[in-house]
Design a protein around this ligand. Structure first.
Ligand SMILES: Cc1cc2nc3c(=O)[nH]c(=O)nc-3n(C[C@H](O)[C@H](O)[C@H](O)COP(=O)(O)O)c2cc1C
Length: 303
């Protein structure tokens, strides 16, 4: 067996495959299919200070090679995460990434401080949700605000801090550099791309929120391009995501510069996708005489 382990900002993952925030809940439904210990880690559903109902339905629309969602950070709130979900997750022998989001900088800092002293391995600060009116992408599309929120959260927590970037910007490297200078230990990218669909019979947008975030295979080349650009712009490690559905996609994303990867939309098409991908990564390493998968990060040879 090849060594699939990767280290991101001091956190050791047994393999680079991590279900993405919002596509896996807290693993409860999936552990009926396979033990969660197979996974490198889990990025939990975006957690806010207080419980949120999310946006009204319909909030999912299919698209060619992907999907739009406007869930809007539905979750049970920080207390529920810490008292109900985390105690279950710590028994699963996998890394726990707490994905947090807030309407204000203070709220994000408070959430991060609540993770201190808990079993959370890493914080993923979501400054890129396109589906909420306050906070979300508003923080992540301006380098000054992105730096300000990163610095505040950095001060509030001793956990490794990863900042999740929005693709809905002209130059993602500008935001990546801003959060790196403000103290981020890692970045994850990409969140969803803002999109829209219309029912031509009713002339109504399919999503009640009118617009939503596009993810799935359709966004993969955009994600690879952005990971590659950010890899060349910052020194901190990258967790790459956006449209990954096969082991080959993971290799490509790692060659572009990702140390680990997350899988979102692919889980809805196939709940076993992470398991198949881990098997595929083992096969790839064996067939190509790669003893440490981590060695392929950033090995693309640009023309
Ligand atoms: C239904 C759904 C809910 C999501 N919820 C969150 C969330 O709560 N927090 C977050 O940071 N990203 C969230 N995302 C974004 C994903 O984590 C990921 O960044 C994005 O979907 C791109 O990956 P994919 O193409 O593999 O889905 C969500 C995505 C989907 C499809």
């Amino acid at each position: 067996m090849s060594n699939l382990s990767v280290n991101v900002a001091g956190v050791e993952f047994k393999n680079p495959v991590i279900p993405a925030s919002g596509a896996f809940g807290y693993g409860r439904e999936y552990e009926k299919f396979y033990p969660l210990s197979i996974l490198g880690g889990i990025s939990v559903k975006g957690t806010t200070l207080h419980r949120r109902e999310g946006n009204p339905p319909p909030r999912i629309a299919e698209t060619p090679s992907g999907m739009l969602n406007s869930v809007g950070l539905q979750n049970g709130g920080a207390e529920k995460f810490l008292n109900y979900e985390l105690p279950n997750l710590v028994t699963k022998d996998t890394r726990i990434i707490a994905n947090i989001a807030g309407a204000t900088i203070e709220e994000c800092a408070q959430l991060a401080s609540m993770m201190n002293g808990t079993a959370v391995d890493m914080i993923e600060l979501n400054i890129s949700c396109p589906n909420v009116k306050q906070g979300g992408a508003a923080f992540g599309t301006n380098p000054n605000t992105a730096a300000e929120i990163t610095a505040a959260v950095r001060k509030a927590t001793d956990k490794p801090l990863m900042v999740k970037l929005s693709p809905n910007v002209t130059d993602i490297t500008e935001i990546a550099r801003a959060v790196e200078s403000a103290g981020a230990d890692a970045v994850s990218l990409i969140n969803t791309l803002l999109g829209m669909r219309i029912d031509i019979k009713t002339k109504r947008p399919i999503l009640k929120n009118n617009v939503g975030g596009l993810s799935g295979p359709a966004v993969f080349p955009i994600a690879v391009r952005m990971v590659w650009q950010v890899y060349n712009a910052v020194k901190i490690p990258i967790i790459g995501m956006g449209g990954i559905s096969t082991a080959e996609d993971v290799i490509e994303m790692m060659m572009a510069g990702a140390k680990a990867i997350q899988i979102g939309a692919a889980l809805f098409a196939d709940p076993f996708a992470p398991i198949k991908i881990i098997e595929g990564l083992n096969e790839y390493c064996e067939n190509n005489n790669i003893s440490n998968l981590a060695d392929i990060t950033g090995t693309v040879k640009p023309w």
